[in-house]
Design a protein around this ligand. Structure first.
Ligand code: C5P
Length: 231
């Protein structure tokens, strides 16, 4: 089974309040993107990794890892979904596409393997996710007003927080994302495109350290997790 990884890394990282895109922030000896790529390279089953970078990115090609024979790059778009679609155009229809955010450097080898094994065994796409431990409220209005009111409490038993990697047959993912795009549905992950087209991806529970580095306060946490993993 051929597995091709797509790593969306074309975001500007606006919520980090830094001029440097977040994937190029150094944690220990390596940038966030390099940590992420090392994790994916540790699985020989992943034959190729396509890193999707911004057309303005002149930094990626200066990294030593960019010349790894299993790694190539392409240019992304203005949303994460457009960047993933740009990567997908380079993947054979019958391969598995494994999409993993550049901004999730703390994912473990064991969790990536757990997802790959579950998906291949079930022959059905799936994602890494964690069970929600907070009590989740739904608001009456969009959350950008000062004090929206609660309209309901969601049943936590059925709630999961989606992470990456997310792995699907490339043809199915491409077609589902294009259909969602055509219908004007905005996507924040791959599984939501599959769900939109009535698929039911697997939920594979991962460790809580698979955080997405989004805000400045995530950096000390990512540093701690990577240190605990020996980086
Ligand atoms: O913005 P967010 O943190 O959700 O981005 C998740 C991942 O998607 C990041 O690794 C980011 O670089 C990538 N991304 C992208 N193209 C965009 C926006 C985000 O590849 N236009």
């Amino acid at each position: 089974q051929s597995i091709i990884a797509i790593v969306p890394a074309a975001g500007g990282g606006q919520r980090m309040n830094m001029s440097l895109p977040k994937q190029y922030i150094k944690i220990g000896q390596a940038t966030i993107l390099e940590h992420t790529l090392h994790k994916l390279l540790s699985l020989p089953l992943i034959s190729r990794i396509i890193v999707v970078i911004s057309p303005d990115d002149h930094f990626f090609t200066t990294l030593a890892i960019a010349s790894n024979p299993r790694i190539s790059f392409t240019h992304g778009g203005s949303t994460r979904a457009q960047s993933v679609l740009a990567g997908l155009t380079l993947v054979n229809d019958d391969s598995w596409a494994l999409v993993h955010d550049a901004a999730r450097p703390c994912v473990t080898h064991a969790d990536i393997k757990k997802l790959v094994d579950a998906v291949i065994q079930a022959n059905c796409g799936g994602i890494l996710a964690t069970k929600v431990t907070d009590t989740i409220k739904q608001s009456s209005h969009q959350s950008n007003i000062d004090f929206p009111t609660i309209i309901k409490t969601c049943d936590r038993e059925y709630l999961w927080a989606a992470a990456t990697p997310q792995m699907f047959k490339a043809k199915l993912l491409k077609e589902s994302m294009l259909k969602a795009k055509e219908d004007g549905v905005s996507l924040t992950d791959e599984a939501s495109a599959i769900e939109y087209c009535h698929g039911q991806p697997l939920l594979v529970e991962c460790q809580r350290d698979n955080i997405k580095v989004t805000r400045p306060e995530d950096l000390p946490l990512a540093t701690l997790y990577l240190q605990e993993q020996g980086y």
